[in-house]
Design a protein around this ligand. Structure first.
Ligand SMILES: [Zn+2]
Length: 195
């Protein structure tokens, strides 16, 4: 799995011109058909999409190219999940969050628990990323919980990325930077460096 940009035309151009590299060995990826169709849920409703697949010319591994608006093994768009995380960080409970987002309570609770289990790791990674992108960025002010600090760090790093790199939305940025693993089980894969 490789998290790529949201513009399929640009992703195709990069794939065909050999600009995408293998997340396992950094070899050059070449087009390798398509992954299966998926049904995912964006803020506005259901989306059917079929991610591109690529094969590494060096190690032979195949990788699904998942757009950064999604997360690994999550049906909901990262912006929707991010909205839940921001609300939780602001002190809102999982039931009202679920009601506002129109998602099952159990689903929202699952996102919040998973993020809470990874919060310290996410906070540390995105804080380091923030200071790498902007060495003059002031230290983040503690928000009263590691959960809220982690959400704050994601937003601050994304804001720094907008200034230093290119326009991006905070949660798709977080998906890209984490290799889609923002809600991955703690310890089952590090939050990887951006590339
Ligand atoms: Zn490879």
């Amino acid at each position: 799995m490789l998290i790529v940009g949201s513009d399929p035309v640009e992703v195709e151009r990069m794939l065909v011109s050999g600009e995408l590299s293998c997340p396992s060995c950094r070899g050059v990826l070449v087009p390798w058909g398509n992954a299966r169709w998926r049904s995912s849920r964006a803020a506005a409703g259901s989306v059917r999409h079929r991610p591109r697949r690529a094969r590494c010319g060096s190690c032979g591994a195949t990788h699904v190219l998942l757009a950064q608006v999604w997360l690994l093994r999550r049906a909901d768009a990262v912006a929707v999940i991010g909205a839940a995380l921001e609300a939780k960080a602001a002190g809102v409970g999982h039931r009202p969050i679920a009601a506002v987002l129109g998602r099952p309570v159990s689903t929202v609770r699952g996102w919040l628990r998973r993020f809470a289990a990874r919060a310290e790791q996410v906070r540390g990674h995105f804080t380091r990323l923030l200071h790498a992108l902007d060495p003059l960025a002031p230290a983040l002010i503690p928000r009263g919980s590691v959960f809220a600090d982690a959400v704050e760090a994601v937003g601050a790093a994304a804001a720094a990325a907008v200034l230093r790199l290119s326009p991006c939305q905070p949660w798709p940025f977080a998906s890209r930077v984490s290799g889609g693993r923002l809600l991955w089980p703690a310890g089952a894969g590090e939050v990887s460096n951006t590339s």
